[in-house]
Design a protein around this ligand. Structure first.
Ligand code: NAD
Length: 353
């Protein structure tokens, strides 16, 4: 492992994240839930939504933009549809509760949809869609986020990186979890914190809308909508299903993990679909396997030696990192150990630390 990274096993990193959160005043059960979700993202190789988020989560808690003691409440329930108000509690606790309600509703109605307003950051969407899938449902999860993205052909920040995620029940065949920008903005933050010299072309533009590969310019500029105007369209779709429908903060009224003066007030959507209402679950799984194998059987294009399907890169990372440990860049580790110092939390011993 390169000395640019420390390496730590998942259980030790989870304990460290849990201690930091408890040190910041988060109740024990919620701290453990948040720690589990963050380290799961690191295991999946989605470091943008791993433990580096603790830096900003703790700032939000200190700024009282997140109320660590609130869990939210049901605003209304009507058939398979529920509206939840998160009361600006911890996003992961709100999402966990909303998923439980979506599962309950889908068991009764074949489909369950919960939209939450006044929520806060929930990390990577995959954790929540997978929670729904583990219970036997097709899980779809979306959320709106800080307005950092200009609509296609514009240069004013109006949309979030609004992710879309879908997980399916049964064996691992497909798990799509993607921002509606080329990549999640936290990947640019990770590049900056890790001291990377450049980011791939197509990730971002400068403030005027010119393409850039410089991480700092990208951070001060604009994330690139996924596939141009199609990404802008998908981001608006997410905004509608999450924020318009929930009555929550929309577009530029959404705060964020790096916004100090207002609560985040994010909106999230959790949809559970009971595939078994359409066909037996094992038939669904067989058909999913067929889709997976057919897609992956395409001859690789020039420059590639295989075709992947959504979920493959993260499942591979998970296997490797469970075995070899999680690499955390020295830059991020330094921030986390400084945070631990401020909160009087012990720092674990790590390789290359
Ligand atoms: N909470 C928030 O406000 C928020 C906002 C934006 C994004 N996010 C999270 O950011 C994370 C990262 O998003 P991202 O868009 O940068 O992810 P990404 O670009 O790394 O991956 C997106 C999807 O593409 C798939 N994929 C990757 N390479 C592939 C290949 N070669 N062939 C086929 N499929 C492939 C992945 O499996 C994944 O499902 C997600 O977990 C998302 O939920 C969260």
């Amino acid at each position: 492992m390169s000395p640019e990274f420390i390496t730590i096993q998942a259980p030790a990193l989870t304990r460290f994240a849990d201690s930091i959160l408890r040190g910041a005043g988060v109740p024990a059960r919620t701290a453990r839930l948040v720690a589990d979700t963050l380290v799961a993202a690191n295991l999946r190789g989605v470091d943008s939504h791993g433990v580096q988020l603790l830096i900003w989560y703790c700032e939000q808690i200190a700024a009282r933009n997140v109320d660590v003691l609130r869990a939210g409440h049901i605003a209304s329930e009507n058939g398979a549809c529920m509206l939840y108000d998160g009361d600006n509690g911890i996003g992961q606790l709100i999402s966990d509760t909303c998923c439980d309600h979506a599962i309950r509703l889908a068991k009764d109605h074949g489909i369950g949809m919960v939209v939450a307003r006044n929520s806060t950051h929930f990390g990577a969407a995959a954790w929540w869609a997978q929670k729904l899938a583990r219970e036997g449902f097709i899980g779809m999860v979306m959320c709106n986020a800080t307005a950092l993205v200009a609509p296609w052909q514009g240069r004013d920040k109006m949309l979030g990186t609004n992710p879309i995620c879908m997980a399916v029940p049964g064996p691992r065949t497909f798990l799509l979890d993607m921002a509606t920008t080329t990549v999640a903005l936290n990947r640019v933050f990770k590049a900056v914190l890790s001291g990377e010299k450049s980011i791939p072309a197509g990730w971002a533009m400068d403030a005027e809308g010119n393409p850039t590969t410089d991480p700092q310019t990208a951070l001060a500029g604009l994330p690139m909508p996924l596939g141009g105007y199609k990404g802008s369209g998908l981001a608006v779709m997410v905004e509608i299903l999450c924020a318009v429908l929930s009555g929550g903060a929309m577009l530029t009224n959404v705060g964020g993990i790096r916004v100090k003066d207002i609560p985040m007030s994010a909106s999230q959507m959790f949809l559970a679909i009971d595939a078994a209402r359409f066909m037996p679950l094992d038939e669904f799984s067989r058909r999913m396997q067929f889709v997976r194998e057919t897609v992956k059987s395409s001859r690789p294009a020039s420059g590639y030696d295989e075709v992947l399907i959504a979920g493959d890169p993260e499942w591979r990372s998970e296997e490797a990192r469970l075995r070899d440990g999680i690499p955390v860049s020295q830059g991020i580790w330094k921030e986390l150990t400084a945070l631990a110092g401020r909160l009087k939390v012990a720092v674990p011993v790590v390789a290359n630390g």
